[in-house]
Structure formats: C-alpha cells, structure tokens
Design a protein around this ligand. Structure first.
Ligand SMILES: C[S@@+](CC[C@H](N)C(=O)[O-])C[C@H]1O[C@@H](n2cnc3c(N)ncnc32)[C@H](O)[C@@H]1O
Length: 170
C-alpha cells in the first residue's frame, strides 16, 4: 500500500473505492479499511467464506479499527455492480486465466476514457499475461512479509511478487 501511495495515484485516497476480488475471509479488506477509502468492498463467490468475511468486518468495525465503510458482496466477481468513481482493485491470485481475461475486458470497458480512475494491485500474479498491451506496469516487486503476516497466512510465500498496473493512455 505504501508503494502504491508513493507511485502517485491521480486522486486522494478518500476518493477511491478499494475492491478485493476474491476476498476470502476478508483479511485484505480489514487491513485496507484501516485507511480512509471512500468504501472497501470484498467480493467472494464462496458463501461460507463471504459469511466469515462479513462477521470479521463487523467485529473489526465494532472494535473501531475500520476507518472506511466495509461492504462484503457474496457473488461472482464478473457480475459486480461497479462502484462509482475511482477504484483501487486488489487481487491475491484469485482466478485462472479464463476468468482473469473476462475480468480485464470488463475493467477496460468500465474505465474506457477515464484511465486516471483505475489502479490495480495484483499479488502472486500467476495470470499477469492478461495485463498485456492495455496496461502500464507501475512496479513489480517481492515485498517482505512481517512475522504477523507469516503467521496469519502460512500459505503465502515472501517470494511472491506484487504488481501494480494503470490503464495505458493511448
Ligand atoms: C487466493 S484466495 C484470496 C483470498 C484473499 N483475497 C486474501 O488475500 O487472503 C482467492 C479467492 O477467490 C475466490 N473466488 C474464486 N472465483 C471467484 C469469482 N468468480 N468471484 C469471486 N470470488 C471468487 C475464492 O473462493 C477464494 O476465496
């Protein structure tokens, strides 16, 4: 997130909606909500995980840790009703190539003519090929994990890359 701030997004943080496609139990959603986004949205297809994400969001909000409103949407990322205004899209390796290609088509059509309103953060980017000609990579780096992260997510590997993209202005 710090890297993203430093890369010079076009708008103030409070103008962006943070969207986690495939939010699981909502850890990234909770952490994002510690910043003052316009809204933090987690989209999750698996009903059980979405319910857990919702419970976690309620606990987090009640504890006063969420500085942004949180919304969990149980459903298919491809059918999300897009928020208005600028978006920061976050993905932790959620989909295979076919779904990623469809998602990128939707992103490109949604943000056509307003490239300054879109930011993408893609962790463990196994389908990075889908961000071909239409996107500009802002950075790509393996970012060290804290001990807390390692304990919270034993599956993640500190060698996993994080990539950030913006729509290419043609
Ligand atoms: C690798 S997990 C990422 C979990 C979480 N974002 C994190 O950082 O810990 C990918 C998640 O995407 C969800 N998913 C898969 N296909 C989906 C779809 N079409 N729409 C929404 N979520 C989906 C899976 O159920 C899974 O919870």
């Amino acid at each position: 997130m710090k890297k993203w701030f430093e890369s010079g997004p076009a708008h103030a943080i409070g103008d962006y909606t943070f969207v986690d496609f495939g939010c699981g139990k909502g850890r990234a959603v909770l952490l994002a909500s510690e910043m003052r986004f316009r809204e933090v949205v987690g989209v999750e297809l698996n009903t059980g995980l979405a319910e857990l994400a919702q419970e976690n969001a309620e606990v987090w909000t009640k504890a006063g840790k969420a500085l942004s409103p949180i919304r969990i949407v149980c459903g298919d990322a491809l059918e999300l009703e897009w928020p208005e205004g600028p978006c920061l899209l976050y993905m932790y390796n959620p989909f295979g190539e076919q779904v990623m290609r469809q998602l990128v088509e939707r992103i490109q059509s949604r943000f056509a003519g307003r490239p300054r309103d879109l930011e993408v953060m893609y962790q463990k980017p196994e389908q990075a090929v889908v961000f071909g000609d239409g996107f500009q990579m802002v950075w790509c780096e393996a970012i060290a994990m804290s001990e807390e992260d390692r304990v919270a997510d034993p599956v993640a590997d500190p060698k996993d890359e994080s990539q950030a993209y913006r729509l290419r202005v043609s």
